[in-house]
Design a binder for this molecule. Structure first.
Ligand code: IPM
Ligand code: MN
Length: 370
């Protein structure tokens, strides 16, 4: 059986708590011949800053390059509010994304049947929802230069961020969108702001041409990103794959998360280009939620987004499709049984903490794997 090399980066806040639940799954899978996972662990974010004065070290970056996949928890917290911008906790995550060239960020928003009432929207709007926000992850305003604050000397300062996209960056994320759609409901909605942004004009043009050239069998729609956000809460089931830039994708995926009931439910996969020889993609898997410093250390965080991110890892990095299906099914079954963390609590359900939720999912996974 091939060895799967995993780098675990739990990070800050609730990161280590939710990662601990994935470690249990890995240990059980190793013990039961369901894979040979070799794990290493590293520091990232504020916890790395405390130890090394940077948010990720070169040594950890080298391990990330060597790994088959990275599992990432969360970074950040008020403790590091005043550290220099270049070494703030989030910089570690951005370096991982950029240096590993993880340009395609898949954020599936799936409403589990048992949770349709946990959403802020009416049940009929979200019941059966299964969409993917596909976010461009290595370009746009997150990385564009210049990125500066200049003192104008007259009591004023000027801040500049740069939104920049080249044709190839739009084309490669577009290709991922159309290929994903072909395996789903065959529809892509591209979102940008071509009415005010040049990057939006180019985005629209490149998507349209790519569609004409290579993907005519897929339905392509365009929406302005503001109106697209409105449509996401008005009629989310009209979508299948939504493809958008880095910043809009950040915002629209948080919106999509709430359709599923809680930010604690949304996993994500960040993928690079397939290797020319092996076809393998560099990959990082992380929950969409952050470090949640307000509830960190209390044992109440919802580990489902982290566990579902591991399921995505099994599926996309290791082609362990049955195992991924079982793990997702295990999550759904546990929710069906009325077992909930506080963020998705409902009348008549039983409230549990992080560890018990993880244990219950593992137990269900064992039953399904038997
Ligand atoms: C996310 C997060 C990150 C982002 C932060 C932590 C830098 O919000 O993954 O959505 O803005 O991309
Ligand atoms: Mn975000």
């Amino acid at each position: 059986m091939p060895t799967h090399k995993l780098l675990l980066l739990p990070g800050d806040g609730i990161g280590p708590e939710v990662m601990a639940e994935v470690k249990k799954l890995i240990a059980w899978m190793n013990a039961h011949g369901m894979g040979t996972f070799e794990t290493e662990e590293g520091l990232v974010g504020g916890s790395c800053y405390d130890a090394h004065k940077v948010s990720i070290t070169d040594a950890t970056m080298a391990k990330a390059h060597a790994a088959d996949a990275v599992l990432f928890g969360a970074v950040g917290g008020p403790k590091w509010d005043s550290v220099p911008y270049e070494v703030r906790p989030e910089a570690g995550l951005l370096r991982l994304r950029k240096d590993l060239a993880l340009y395609a960020n898949l954020r599936p928003a799936v409403t589990y049947p048992a949770l349709a009432d946990a959403s802020a929207l009416k049940r009929e709007l979200v019941e059966g929802l299964d969409i993917i926000i596909l976010r461009e992850l290595t370009g746009g305003v997150y990385f564009g230069e210049p990125k500066t604050i200049t003192d104008l000397g007259n009591g004023q300062k000027r801040a500049v961020d740069t939104q920049v996209y080249d044709t190839y960056e739009i084309e490669r994320i577009g290709r991922v969108a159309f290929e994903l759609a072909r395996k789903r409901k065959n529809k892509v909605t591209s979102m940008e702001k071509r009415n005010v942004m040049k990057t939006g004009v180019l985005w629209h043009e490149v998507m349209t041409q790519l569609h004409q050239r290579e993907f005519k069998d897929v339905t392509l729609e365009h929406q302005l990103a503001d109106s697209g956000g409105m449509q996401l809460v008005k009629n989310p089931k009209q979508f299948d794959v939504v493809v958008t830039d880095n910043l809009f994708g950040d915002m629209l995926s948080d919106i999509a998360a709430m359709l599923t009931g809680s930010l604690g439910m949304l996993p994500s996969a960040s993928l690079g280009a397939p290797d020319g020889k092996t076809g393998k993609r560099k990959a990082l898997y992380e929950p969409v939620h952050g470090s949640a410093p307000d509830i960190a250390g209390k044992g109440i965080a919802n580990p489902i987004a982290m566990i579902a991110s591991f399921a995505m890892c099994l599926r996309y990095s290791f082609n362990l499709v049955k195992e991924a299906d079982d793990l997702e099914k295990a999550i759904a079954n546990v929710l069906d049984k009325g077992i909930r963390t506080g963020d998705i609590m409902a009348d008549g359900a039983r409230q549990v903490g992080t560890v018990e939720m993880g244990d219950t999912i593992l137990a269900e996974f064992k039953t399904l794997s038997a």
